[in-house]
Write a protein that binds this ligand. Structure first.
Ligand SMILES: *Cc1c(COP(=O)(O)O)cnc(C)c1O
Length: 399
């Protein structure tokens, strides 16, 4: 039987790279009566969140909000813009790019995959070469994951845009920003992205249950001729009622209360400060990993994720036993190794609602866990992280 009968004292440390910890302010905002989603009060809420969410995508384009996990928004991006048999160019960065790829194949799209080693980001030169080889212009979309949550590697989306432009190729650029939005600088308009896919439960500090498509003008135009079947995900159904703050079906009202509050928090801190905070905590985490003598999954010098750090186990085994020890002894959840990194790596989430002391507590849990589980390592990771934090003090505006 399913019971939540464990009540350890103190807060659980939820340091997986999503879902992330939900701030008390957001929890309180969600804890309100559900209202008539066709009534006048709802229109105010809907208009506010549909307008404010654009700032996080750094876009003027419409953003639709689905009551779904991020996977739904992946599907929405494809079914609204493409037709059966269309070719999509996808870049293998890790487990999540692989899932998006599988989804595209199941929808009847023809996937051309640029293979990767799960330790680097998407290579713009290879994307350009594939597009230049496509003389018949059969590729209709290029799909890239911005922050590959399985590996902790970020891909350069501006360079992806430049690769499409250099090849003079008309394919749409679609980006999964599910674990970067609200944590890592992301610019839908400036980078010329046609569809950005995102979710609520990572950088936006909300519970799971909302997903997003930011829709550029070329993607909107493609929706007029796309022939993949779509109903629930149809942008056109959404955009009409959205103009007045309403939805074509029952929205996740209480999560929208939470979104309104989370967007206020991001605005109060300021997006540049939010991004700097994540970079700083990621750098301190890497200092700890180096001091432990452990290896990062990420080998790309410019690709280190500000949102999470994936760490390889010595001997490439035992990550699950380590995570189990840390959960049982210290009540902290770390991300598991996914796909081909199963049991080989663990992932430390340092995104969302997070500060210096959350980081120190998280790293202390890892360091004590390494010792308790008998994993070969050097002590001193927490010390190294504290020194890194002290070398670049957080601006007072963070707090
Ligand atoms: C979490 C995540 C997903 C999957 O989102 P769900 O909400 O679990 O469907 C997809 N892509 C990336 C990069 C993610 O981090």
């Amino acid at each position: 039987m399913f019971t939540l009968d464990r009540h350890p004292s103190g807060r659980h440390f939820l340091q997986i790279p999503g879902p992330t910890n939900v701030p008390d302010r957001v929890l309180r905002a969600i804890d309100r009566p559900t209202i008539d989603h066709r009534g006048p009060e709802f229109g105010d809420l809907g208009r506010a969140v549909l307008s404010d969410i654009k700032q996080v995508f750094q876009t003027e384009a419409p953003v639709v909000i689905y009551p779904s996990s991020g996977t739904g928004a992946w599907e929405a991006a494809l079914v609204n813009t493409l037709s059966p048999g269309d070719r999509v160019l996808m870049v293998e960065t890790g487990h999540f790019s692989g899932l998006w790829c599988r989804l595209a194949g199941r929808l009847g799209l023809e996937v051309e995959l640029i293979e990767g080693d799960w330790r680097h980001g998407a290579d713009p030169a290879r994307v350009r070469a594939s597009l230049e080889a496509d003389a018949a212009r059969r590729i209709r979309a290029v799909c890239v994951v911005h922050n590959e949550t399985a590996t902790g590697v970020v891909s350069d989306i501006a360079a992806m845009r430049a690769a499409l432009d250099a090849a003079g190729h008309p394919a749409l650029l679609m980006v999964d920003a599910i674990s970067s939005l609200g944590a890592i600088d992301y610019r839908h308009d400036e980078w010329g992205v046609d569809v950005t896919v995102a979710g609520s439960q990572k950088g936006l500090m909300l519970p799971p249950g909302l997903s997003f498509n930011a829709i550029g003008p070329r993607a909107l135009a493609a929706a007029d001729t796309a022939r993949l079947p779509r109903s629930y995900w149809d942008w056109r159904e959404m955009l009409g009622p959205n103009r007045n703050g309403y939805f074509p079906y029952t929205p996740a009202t209480n999560l929208l209360y939470g979104l309104h509050e989370a967007l206020s928090m991001l605005r109060e801190e300021g997006l540049p400060s939010v991004f700097a905070r994540h970079r700083r905590h990621a750098a301190a985490t890497r200092a700890a990993v180096a001091a432990w003598g452990l290896e990062l999954v990420c080998l790309a010098p410019q690709g280190h994720s500000p949102a999470l750090t994936a760490v390889l186990m010595p001997g490439r085994q035992g990550a699950d036993a380590l995570r189990r020890t840390i959960l049982e002894r210290y009540d902290m959840s770390l991300g598991q190794g996914l796909g081909r990194l199963a049991d080989q790596a663990f992932r430390i989430g340092h995104l969302g609602h997070f500060n210096d002391l959350t980081l120190c507590g998280t790293l202390a849990g890892v360091e004590m866990g390494l010792a308790a589980a008998g994993v070969p390592h050097q002590p001193g990771g927490v010390q190294a992280a504290m020194a890194r934090l002290a070398s670049e003090p957080a601006p007072a505006a963070f707090y």
